[in-house]
Design a protein around this ligand. Structure first.
Ligand code: ADP
Ligand code: GLC
Length: 469
């Protein structure tokens, strides 16, 4: 089967979060199963672009509103990622340093999607499935089915993978002329509550839809940032498939970012050695339990609660723990987290920004990873933590609920709580500190979680089954 993944992110080419990790891994594992999976994404100005060789495979042009845009498709020459990688270059629009966050993101990603469809329409054959990811690519099923010039693709099957339904890509109807001439009787396939809603359009037009965990799909019927009724109506074609992790990238035994690599037999000393390096670097005390947070500093992740949680925990639990935060996002939260550095020097530290290497070192060196998310479609951090023998402290929601079981339950290994409030999070931290004192129990848990298999093999096959259906 030939599958084309279309995405805004793909690790290690360009990544802002878990979407990049998934699109950098799933196609590789689908290829290992004997299929042909390819990835196409925008050509940003990233390090990867300059460090690898590319060849031009196609040049084309299309109209968007009053503009005529030329595009070029380039392909990585040596296939180092385990799949064919294609980048779409649209001069001035896509070739920027950041992935998102520009005032013209709507124009950028609409142009990207039209270019992809235009390119595929010129192929001599058709792929079996086009798997689009999130709202940045969710107009593709509509474009293929209802834009007159791409009617030759109308029978090609599409699947929309929803990594996050909070973001939907809303566009005002006055931008409807961005799309190539389309069948106006089909306006309802674009509309949701008087806007063009790319995510809603993808849910309506794709043959199948999947979320990145079964738990999240269940939640979307009740809470989907306005799309609840649509999920309810389309539930027959929606499926939840739990993300895997790329065991080749996330492996404490081979991880090139770590000073001390380790495995189940020698994790005790090596994990402690990694912790010492982190603690020295950030002025923390290695004898105390180290609790880390890695992620986007946004409301979904309950990052706004972190300053109070850190302050209250250190104050009321008499500094029995250390905190280290890595993240970026909401400027007010970044500011508060930086300010706390002076107040709780020796107990807390943070690195505001994005740092792939440090994230690996933190998964390895920490004792606990905190994820108090309000919304978590899957969450990869907690799965990485498990693989690195770090105990996750999570709120029971979405994919966190599907992957972490409280150590108080039979067969449990993590720390779970229900409400994203300062009190409940502090209570969970208190349980972590008490657990930390019970060395034998902690070691038993670490040994257990490092062995849990969350590799992509199984989930990659479930995607194939869904395509086949
Ligand atoms: P989301 O995609 O919602 O951000 P996930 O848990 O699925 O959440 O994935 C987050 C990914 O991004 C993980 O690979 C995590 O290590 C990484 N990440 C998030 N923030 C940072 C950061 N500031 N520096 C390095 N890696 C980060
Ligand atoms: C999204 C979600 C996250 C998920 C990731 C990869 O960014 O917020 O929970 O793990 O996509 O699917």
């Amino acid at each position: 089967m030939e599958i084309l993944h279309v995405s805004a992110e793909c690790y290690p080419v360009a990544k802002a979060g878990g979407l990049g990790d998934v699109v950098g891994a799933l196609p590789k594992y689908q290829n290992k199963l004997g299929h042909i999976a390819k990835v196409v994404m925008p050509m940003y100005r990233t390090k990867f672009l300059y460090e690898h060789e590319f060849e031009v495979v196609h040049k084309g042009a299309f109209g968007m509103a009053n503009y005529w845009l030329d595009y070029t498709i380039i392909k990585q020459v040596n296939n180092s990622l385990g799949f064919d990688l294609y980048l779409v270059d649209i001069f001035g629009l896509l070739d920027r340093e950041k992935i998102y966050g520009y005032g013209d993101d709507t124009e950028r990603f609409t142009a990207f999607q039209i270019a992809v469809v235009d390119w595929v329409s010129k192929w001599k054959h058709h792929p079996d499935v086009i798997n689009v990811h999130d709202h940045h690519t969710a107009l593709i099923p509509f474009i293929m089915k209802h834009c007159f010039i791409y009617r030759n693709l109308s029978s090609v099957k599409t699947i929309l993978t929803i990594h996050n339904a909070q973001y939907q890509g809303w566009m005002d109807w006055n931008k409807s002329n961005y799309l190539p001439e389309w069948d106006k009787w089909k306006w309802g396939m674009l509309d949701w509550e008087k806007n063009i809603n790319p995510l809603a359009s993808g849910i309506k037009c794709a043959e199948k839809v999947n979320t990145v965990s079964p738990g999240y799909l269940g939640e979307l019927m009740h809470e989907a940032n306005g799309l609840e009724k649509l999920f309810e109506y389309e539930r027959g074609k929606c499926f939840g498939i739990l993300n895997g992790i790329d065991n080749e990238v996330w492996n404490p035994k081979t991880d090139a970012f770590l000073e001390y690599v380790y495995d189940i037999d020698d994790y005790k000393e090596k994990k402690a050695a990694n912790k010492k390096i982190l603690c020295d670097q950030f002025n923390l005390d290695e004898s105390k339990p180290l609790i880390v947070f890695i992620g986007r500093l946004v409301g979904e992740k309950a990052a706004d609660l972190l300053p109070a949680v850190i302050g209250d925990s250190i104050y009321y639990m008499e500094g029995k723990m250390n905190f280290l935060i890595l993240g970026s996002g909401d400027k007010a939260v970044e500011f508060q987290l930086e300010n706390l550095q002076n107040q709780f020097f020796g107990y807390y530290n943070s690195m505001i920004g994005y740092n792939e290497k440090l994230s690996h070192q933190m998964y390895a060196g920490a004792d606990f990873l905190l994820m108090p998310s309000r919304v978590e479609p899957c969450g990869l951090n907690q799965i990485y933590a498990l693989r690195y023998g770090t105990i996750p402290i999570v709120r029971r929601t979405g994919g966190l609920k599907d992957t972490v079981k409280d150590f108080g339950e039979p067969g449990g290994f993590g720390i779970c709580f229900d409400i994203a409030s300062v009190g409940d999070i502090c209570n969970a931290i208190h349980r972590a500190i008490e657990l930390y004192q019970q060395k034998d129990k902690v070691n038993k848990i670490r040994k257990h979680i490092m062995k849990i298999d969350h590799s992509w093999e199984k989930s990659a096959q479930i995607y194939i089954n869904l395509y086949n259906s």
